[in-house]
Design a protein around this ligand. Structure first.
Ligand SMILES: [Zn+2]
Length: 468
C-alpha cells in the first residue's frame, strides 16, 4: 500500500485551523524533531471556532446527562429517530413514511434493525437529505475486527471522542487538562504499514498528538524511538495490546499516566504487566468506527460503563427480540450526521445491567462483553503478521464479510462473502496473501457467511496455532 508523501508543516497547520501560536509551536516541534519518524499522512482536527464551541457544549451535556438510563429510548431519542427516519432515504424505504413519535414509542421493537452490511452497501442512502455534505470526510475503519469499511465522518463527531475519553480518564483519576505547550497523547501502532502524522487537538486545549508506528524501519535509527518518546512524554497512550507489548519491549513510554486500549481485548496477564511496568491504569475502551465510543471498563472491574448520553443501547437475542440476558449490542443515535444509527447491530454480544455500580458511575453497564482476543499469525519464517496486516490486503477487495483462519499446521484459509456480482481479481488476492504469509492458502466463497444467526457469528480472524 502506498501512502502520500510527507505532508508539509504548512498543510498540517491548515488542518488545525484554531491552533494558536503555542499550539503551532508544539506541532512544529513534533513534526521537525531530529528523531521523528517519517510522517506519511496529512491529518488534523479540522475544527473551526464554532465547532470548538459546539464541542464545549457537547462536553457540558455529556457531564450533565450522566445518570440512570431506561431500557426504552427516552423522548429526546424518539424525537431524533423520528426526524432521521423522515430525512434518510434508506429508512424511509424500510420504516415507511410519516411515522410519528408516538408510533415510534409503541412500535420501537418492531423497527427493523440495521447492520454493518447496510453501511457497507448503502452508505449513500444512509446519508440524510438535510446534512451539509461539504463537511463529509471519508474514513477507513482500522479493520482489526470486522471487515474494513469506508465510513463518512464529520470533524466534530470525530473530535467528540476526546470529551468521551476524558470522562473515562477522569474516572481513573487522570487529569486531562492540557496546555498547548504539552503533548497530550500518542496513538501507537505496530504494523507493517499504517498512517502516521503529528497534529494538535483543540479538544485537548491545543496540546500535541501523534499517530506513530513502532515498526522499526519508520524511524531514523535504532535509538530514535526512545529519544522521541522521551522528549515529548505524553500522559496518554492509546493503542492495541500488541503495540503496547512492543512499547514495553522497547522500554519506551515513560511518563504515561494512562494506557487506553482500543480495538481488541487485552489478556489479564499483559494488562498486569503493563500496569506494573508503567505504574498507571490500563483502560479498556469499547468503540466502533460506525458508532464512536460506547463504553469504558469500570475502574472496579464491574463491566463496561455506557459512555455517551446521546446513544440508546439495547441487547437483542438471536431472533431480534429484546433480552435481559446476553444479546447483540444494538445502538441508536450517536454523533455522525452522515450515518444516523437506528437499531444498529454491532455484532458484539453482551448483557446490559441497569443496577447501580459500586464505583459510583450512574450509567448502566455492559457485562460479559464479548471482547475479542488479539490474534497473531505466523509467516513462514516465524515472523509475526498482525490482523491489521491481513486487513490491509483484504480491504482492497470487495469483500463484505470474511473469516481468516490459520490452522494448527500453519495453513491459512479465507472464507468470504463478496459485495460484487461482477468479476474481481480473486487470484490477485490469493497471491497477495501468499506473499504476506508464505503459507498454504485456501480461498472459499460462502454466500451464507454471517446469515446463520448467533451460532454463526463471524469471527474475522482466528489462529489455531499454539502461541509460545
Ligand atoms: Zn462501575
Amino acid at each position: 500500500m502506498s501512502f502520500p508523501q510527507t505532508p508539509t508543516l504548512e498543510r498540517l497547520y491548515q488542518l488545525s485551523p484554531t491552533a494558536n501560536a503555542a499550539s503551532r509551536a508544539t506541532l512544529a516541534a513534533l513534526y521537525g524533531h531530529a528523531c521523528a519518524p517519517v510522517w506519511n499522512h496529512p491529518a488534523g482536527d479540522r475544527l473551526q471556532a464554532d465547532d470548538v464551541e459546539q464541542l464545549a457544549r457537547f462536553d457540558k451535556t455529556l457531564h450533565a446527562q450522566r445518570g440512570a438510563r431506561m431500557a426504552k429510548p427516552d423522548d429526546d431519542m424518539l424525537a431524533w429517530a423520528t426526524s432521521r427516519i423522515a430525512q434518510t432515504p434508506l429508512y424511509r424505504l424500510r420504516f415507511g413514511e410519516g411515522l410519528i413519535e408516538r408510533d415510534l414509542e409503541q412500535r420501537w421493537q418492531e423497527l427493523p434493525t440495521t447492520s454493518r452490511e447496510d453501511v457497507a452497501m448503502h452508505a449513500d442512502r444512509l446519508t440524510p437529505d438535510d446534512v451539509a455534505l461539504k463537511r463529509m470526510i471519508i474514513y477507513r475503519t482500522a479493520g482489526t475486527t470486522g471487515h474494513a469499511l469506508l465510513v463518512p465522518q464529520d470533524a466534530l463527531a470525530v473530535a467528540s471522542y476526546i470529551p468521551l475519553l476524558n470522562v473515562a480518564l477522569a474516572r481513573y483519576g487522570v487529569d486531562t487538562r492540557f496546555a498547548p505547550e504539552e503533548t497530550a497523547c500518542f496513538l501507537v501502532g505496530s504494523q507493517r504499514h499504517t498512517v502516521t502524522y503529528p497534529t494538535v487537538m483543540a479538544a485537548w486545549g491545543g496540546a500535541g498528538f501523534a499517530k506513530l508506528n513502532l515498526f522499526s524501519d519508520e524511524w531514523p535509527d535504532v535509538n530514535a524511538r526512545r529519544a522521541f518518546f522521551g522528549h515529548f512524554r505524553p500522559r496518554i497512550f492509546s493503542g492495541d495490546p500488541l503495540s503496547f507489548a512492543d512499547m514495553l519491549d522497547a522500554d519506551i513510554g515513560g511518563g504515561a499516566k494512562a494506557l487506553v486500549t482500543t480495538a481488541v481485548a487485552m489478556s489479564t496477564a499483559l494488562k498486569q504487566k503493563l500496569q506494573d511496568a508503567y505504574g498507571c491504569p490500563v483502560i479498556d475502551w469499547y468503540s466502533l468506527t460506525e458508532t464512536g465510543p460506547l463504553g469504558y471498563a469500570c475502574p472496579q472491574g464491574h463491566g463496561y460503563h455506557w459512555l455517551p448520553h446521546d446513544v440508546h443501547l439495547e441487547t437483542l437475542d438471536a431472533d431480534g427480540q429484546p433480552t435481559t440476558g446476553i444479546g447483540e449490542i444494538t445502538v441508536t443515535g450517536g454523533r455522525n450526521p452522515f450515518i444516523p444509527l437506528l437499531r444498529y447491530r454491532t455484532s458484539d454480544w453482551g448483557r446490559l445491567d441497569y443496577t447501580p455500580c459500586p464505583c459510583g458511575d450512574p450509567m448502566p453497564r455492559l457485562k460479559q462483553l464479548d471482547g475479542r482476543s488479539p490474534v497473531v499469525f505466523r509467516a513462514v519464517a516465524g515472523a509475526r503478521v498482525t490482523t491489521q496486516d491481513v486487513a490491509t490486503v483484504l480491504r482492497r477487495y470487495p469483500l463484505v464479510q470474511h473469516r481468516f483462519v490459520q490452522w494448527e499446521n500453519a495453513a491459512c484459509e479465507l472464507t468470504y462473502r463478496t459485495l460484487a456480482s461482477a468479476a474481481w481479481p480473486r487470484d490477485e488476492l490469493e497471491a497477495e496473501l501468499r506473499l504476506l504469509l508464505g503459507q498454504s492458502m485456501t480461498l472459499i466463497e460462502d454466500l451464507q457467511l454471517g446469515y446463520r444467526g448467533m451460532a454463526d457469528k463471524v469471527i474475522p480472524y482466528v489462529s489455531k496455532m499454539i502461541e509460545e
